[in-house]
Design a protein around this ligand. Sequence first.
Ligand SMILES: [Zn+2]
Length: 228
Amino acid sequence: MLGLTALLLATTGLSTASADSSPPQEERPFIMPFAGPPGPDTWFFLQAYGNTTFAYRFRNNVYYGGQGLHFGLDLAAPCGTPVRAIGDGVVFSVDSWHGAGPHNLLINHSNGYASFYGHLLVRSRMKIGQKVVAGEVVALSGDPDRTCISRPHIHLEIRDSETHAYGYNPLNLIEADWERLALIGAEPIRFEMDMENPRRWTDLFEQPETRFGHPLVNDYASPWPFDW
Ligand SMILES: [Zn+2]
């Protein structure tokens, strides 16, 4: 199976990881951080990774360090929902400077990726250096506003495990039916358009990788929707 996929990739010159430079994947290596089915009282897809309208709106402040991109995936869930490790790994940091408060957790995986879980309810009980297995409960979901009624959700990033300086589209790395998941939620999943190149970065899966600390990639002269 893997051999055939590799052969097809070699033949076509295409990468399964879309047009960015994220490491090529034969299949999506990670699982969902929430167990059980999606729904209005369990969890649902809230904001995609990449050039979202929300990230564009806040590109000069909240998302400036991530090139104007929403450099993670938002999943809404009631506060206290158990958060699972998306793959086997080792805890790298607990409540680090990486943001996404009030609490966060970073796990390194052996496949070259790291997963970062933000907007956690309380400090994770995990210790730095502790091994975790895929599906193990490592944290509880929270709310960045600490109210648990305004916008309870987790912010999940996938970065490289070496430097944590690059962010990748979790939709290409977590096994799920993302197109169906994108159909439900509080509001539609929307991307900002550059009217000089209106199709670019408006797809769930075809989004640029994030190079943290590098310049904005979406400071458009002709944006749609219009700037706020
Ligand atoms: Zn987020």
